[in-house]
Design a protein around this ligand. Structure first.
Ligand code: NAP
Length: 259
């Protein structure tokens, strides 16, 4: 049983869909006040309505996490709505699949901006708030793709997700002076709208390659983020945890067939 997270102010970027919505719901169910930051208003409104219908507290702010001004406004809006920012879940990300032969330098830069530069921008914008409060928590959503595994079509994505873990280590040292921790969750294949777009065949093959024989649920990632945000995890910083149903474990097709 973790110490209560009730009343804490939490920003979840990409909280309108998929893993971010799962994180938002897990925190809201524990009594946190959740700011959902995403670009699309319809999905953000819906996520807020779902949280409120379940008795939680949420608001949304239309944000582009790759844009410094927009990120600063997101943090200011959260302070205005909830009186501060206790926890930042920097989760928003994109995974357009394209092989290097088809990838333009602009395609590369775009994924880097949304997935990697955004981690720096969101953390940077929260530093004055964490400094004033004398505490803070950051949870990044990275991936197994890049840091641990590869997949054709995701060279830019994998690099961005590995980059987040490189950022994490020095960020943990710099944030320690504000009594703030930063850690990362590395999801395997989690069932989301984004993943659904990759098609039925992809989802079926993926589930078969996972020792626990199912794709992850968004709540599986929300629960790991909740732990990093808890008081009990206060001495853990600069670390990462894989949440993948054992997906990275089999060393061959034979190994998975042996189960
Ligand atoms: P998703 O279902 O496509 O949701 C992505 C969320 O990010 C949406 O809320 C989207 O809202 C938001 N977003 C995208 N670009 C944004 C931008 N520029 N500014 C602000 N918000 C933006 O994706 P997901 O599968 O939940 O993935 C979420 C995170 O988990 C990503 O970082 C991804 O790399 C990571 N991840 C996912 C999986 C998986 O299996 N699903 C596995 C490993 C890691 P708008 O489009 O309206 O802005």
């Amino acid at each position: 049983m973790l110490t209560s997270i009730a009343g804490k102010s939490v920003i979840v970027t990409g909280g309108s869909k998929g893993i971010g919505k799962g994180i938002a719901k897990v925190f809201a169910a524990k009594g946190a006040k959740v700011m959902i930051a995403a670009r699309g208003e319809e999905a953000a409104k819906l996520a807020v309505a779902e949280i409120e219908a379940a008795g939680g507290t949420a608001a949304y702010h239309l944000t582009d996490v790759a844009d410094w001004t927009s990120v600063q406004e997101m943090v200011a809006a959260t302070v205005g709505a909830f009186g501060g920012v206790d926890i930042l879940c920097a989760n928003a990300g994109i995974f357009p699949q394209m092989k290097m032969v088809d990838m333009s330098p602009d395609d590369w830069d775009h994924v880097m901006s949304v997935n990697l530069k955004s981690s720096f921008l969101c953390v940077k914008a929260c530093i004055p708030i964490f400094e004033a409060a004398g505490k803070g928590r950051v949870v990044l959503t990275s991936s197994i793709t890049g840091p641990v595994t590869g997949f054709p079509g995701w060279s830019h994505y994998g690099a961005s997700k590995s980059g987040q873990l490189g950022f994490l280590k020095t960020a943990a040292m710099e944030l320690s002076r504000y009594n703030t921790t930063i850690n990362a969750v590395m999801p395997g294949n989690i069932f989301t709208e984004g993943l659904q777009d990759l098609g039925e065949d992809y989802l079926k093959t993926m589930a078969a390659s996972i020792p626990l024989k199912r794709l992850g649920a968004v709540e599986d990632i929300g629960n790991a983020a909740l732990f990093f945000a808890s008081d009990e995890a206060g001495y853990i910083t600069g670390q990462q945890i894989v949440v993948d149903g054992g997906q990275i474990l089999p060393e061959s097709l034979e190994a998975i067939e042996e189960i």
